[in-house]
Design a protein around this ligand. Structure first.
Ligand code: MG
Ligand code: MG
Length: 634
């Protein structure tokens, strides 16, 4: 599979873009004329620079408003084309993109357009150049790749071919199987872009909201399957117009782009096993069976506070690492690891981010294969030296400088708690709270990183993303999106903070980056849990009494239930599947908190309650903006 990306997709000057593109692993680059014009070097120098980065120019674009022009405009467009051809030869590329004419002066007619292309093909052939024709979704006469193909077919010239662009085809819902019958040698290049489903003007949608395949809602995989069915084996080239990407970090966007193409190729290959598509071999997407553990890094002092909080929610100290300052707290199937080592990654993470849930472990079928797939998708594996008798736990770098570990049941990893730890008999008088598993891990990320992490998780793990919802914080909007699997054994919520004054935004500022902001535990009986927590001295986050009047009216709940909810500070929600109950801890450290949930068939995450939870958490902020520590708020 030949990978390429258009310079227009990235920020920076031409050299910055090329460097990022080469570093991410692409083979080709589409040079946008404006990127070239804004750059000070000559076309020959630019061509050399591209080749010095180990790249090939896959395409030069755009050439606009060509076909169907009446004289004298027609003669002028051919003169313009000759000058572009001069430039292309100096750059060292042979393919130009001609997009369908949008000029009011253009005259329609398939045969007239075909004749123009035949003549252009003749002129291009003299210089060993090729011309590709693309139907813009908003073209004046041609806005459908089937019509563009008919023009190319009638032009009947070896140097004239078709350019397919997933956005133009999919945004107009054109039947994609029409692609399967196009001869592969007549498809000169294939451009790919996804986009979120938004009902708006096609041109505006295309120029501002395109994103990487897999990041949006368009069936780009089906489109690519149709392309692959022709036997096409040329470039798959990303052409992404996106305001956020053009303002973002070129290296990060290029890595996302490369990951999106590799992931796309992998999906196409699995869906069409008969097609010979040269995609890197990798294990399939990984089925997550559960969250095996969450690990906190902390100083000795902070660890005491954290451990007191854990005990109050019913956790018992269960194991102590044989050689390290690492303790395991356990309840049901939940393992919380508190790491106060002064060396290694956890310690480094503590120094940067303060006390935080810097790592989590996922239980999968094959931990080594998981890291192999992650590596193929461009993720960075993590390893640090292990002591004698310790296991090397496969891991990768995740959100915000955190780590994701993988455990499985087929290897020694299944016995990590016995191999590396000594059991501890907790003699305390903790009342168990009936918490059985981790329901979800909530990560707060910078808004502009959200697409990155959605693609990161969904390309690696057997999971899907839900539509984005807006959560109202008194200080702004937080965008929330979920990555989850059908079994409910993997639930990650991503909250994107656009504004540093929101509670989520403040968390990012205080902790110097994205990370886990809350952990939600499952209970089968929230009222019994609340009772046990009270006995342990836990004070739930107090919720405004006004909330309960509202919830009673909104759902028509009986007064007795509302009274119980109110007395325990439990939040309530309902969807088509059933009911949801939520209970929160106050914040700890730099804004971290715990949540306890009971699901009675409910599938969501209580988004409607977030505003009340945020208001309650805000009351716990000190005047300087930092959260009061848990102990001082008791
Ligand atoms: Mg295009
Ligand atoms: Mg939650």
């Amino acid at each position: 599979m030949k990978t390429s990306i258009a310079t227009v997709s990235l920020s920076g000057d031409l050299k910055d873009k090329l460097r990022a593109i080469a570093k991410a692993g692409f083979a080709g680059v589409e040079i946008f004329e404006n990127d070239f014009l804004a750059f000070d070097e000559s076309p020959r120098e630019v061509g050399r620079m591209v080749r010095d980065f180990g790249l090939e120019i896959s395409l030069f674009q755009p050439f606009r408003d060509f076909e169907g022009m009446p004289e004298p405009l027609r003669a002028r467009t051919f003169d313009r084309a000759e000058r572009k051809f001069d430039l292309m030869q100096e750059l060292g590329t042979d393919l130009v993109l001609v997009c369908s004419n949008v000029s009011p002066a253009a005259v329609g007619g398939i045969d007239r357009a075909a004749a123009d292309f035949r003549e252009l093909g003749e002129r291009a052939a003299k210089r060993h150049l090729r011309v590709g024709y693309e139907a813009l979704a908003w073209g004046r006469h041609i806005s459908d790749h089937r019509d563009a193909w008919e023009i190319v077919r009638r032009a009947d010239h070896p140097n004239v071919g078709l350019i397919l662009d997933s956005f133009h085809t999919l945004s107009r819902k054109i039947e994609i199987n029409s692609i399967r019958s196009i001869p592969k040698e007549k498809i000169f290049i294939v451009q790919l872009a996804d986009a979120p489903l938004i009902d708006m003007d096609l041109l505006y949608w295309s120029r501002h909201f395109r994103n990487m395949p897999g990041e949006g809602d368009l069936p780009v995989t089906d489109f690519t399957r149709a392309v692959a069915a022709t036997g096409y084996d040329g470039y798959l080239s990303l052409e992404i117009f996106n305001d956020q990407f053009r303002g973002g970090n070129a290296n990060a966007i290029a890595v996302d782009g490369y990951r999106s193409l590799i992931y796309l190729g992998d999906q196409v290959k699995r869906a069409e096993p008969d097609i010979r598509l040269p995609v890197p071999m990798m294990p399939p997407r990984v089925d997550v069976k559960g969250v095996a553990f969450v690990e906190f890094s902390a100083s000795d002092e902070d660890a005491g506070e954290l451990e007191a909080l854990l005990v109050s929610i019913g956790f018992k100290k269960a194991a102590q690492h044989r050689t390290k300052q690492v303790v395991v707290y356990r309840q049901g199937a939940i393992n919380l690891v508190v790491n106060t080592e002064r060396e290694g990654f956890a310690s480094a993470s503590y120094l940067v981010h303060g006390t935080s849930a810097y790592a989590f472990g996922l239980l999968v079928d094959d931990a080594a294969a998981t890291v192999e797939r992650a590596r193929a998708l461009g993720a960075e594996p993590f390893e640090q030296p292990v002591g004698p008798g310790e296991l090397l736990v496969p891991a990768i770098h995740g959100v915000g400088g955190g780590l994701i570990y993988f455990l499985d049941e087929k290897s020694e990893l299944s016995r990590i708690w016995e191999i590396e730890f000594d059991p501890v008999r907790d003699e305390g008088s903790v009342v168990p709270a009936g918490l059985s598993a981790i329901d979800h891990i909530a990560q707060t990320v910078k808004y502009e990183e959200m697409l990155t992490w959605l693609l990161f998780y969904t390309s690696l793990l057997e999971a899907h993303k839900t539509p984005m919802v807006d959560i109202i914080d008194p200080a702004g909007i937080v965008r929330s999106q979920v990555v989850e699997n059908d079994a409910g054994t993997l639930r990650l919520t991503l909250n994107g903070a656009e504004n540093r004054n929101t509670l989520a935004g403040r968390f990012i500022t205080e902790t110097f980056g994205s990370g886990v902001q809350h952990l939600a535990f499952t209970t089968e009986d929230i009222f019994a849990t609340a009772q046990a927590l009270r006995k342990n001295g836990f004070n739930a986050l107090p919720i405004s009494p006004n909330y309960y009047d509202d919830v009673e009216a909104r759902f028509g709940l009986d007064a007795e239930l509302v009274e119980r909810l109110k007395s325990e500070n439990i939040l309530y929600d309902r969807d088509d599947g059933g009911e949801y109950f939520q209970l929160y801890s106050p914040t700890f450290g730099e804004g971290f908190f715990f949540e306890i949930v009971e699901r009675r068939g409910y599938g969501g995450y209580g988004a409607a309650n977030a505003i009340f939870r945020i208001a309650a958490l805000r009351k716990h902020l000190r005047p300087d903006g930092l959260p009061k520590s848990w102990s001082s708020s008791r």
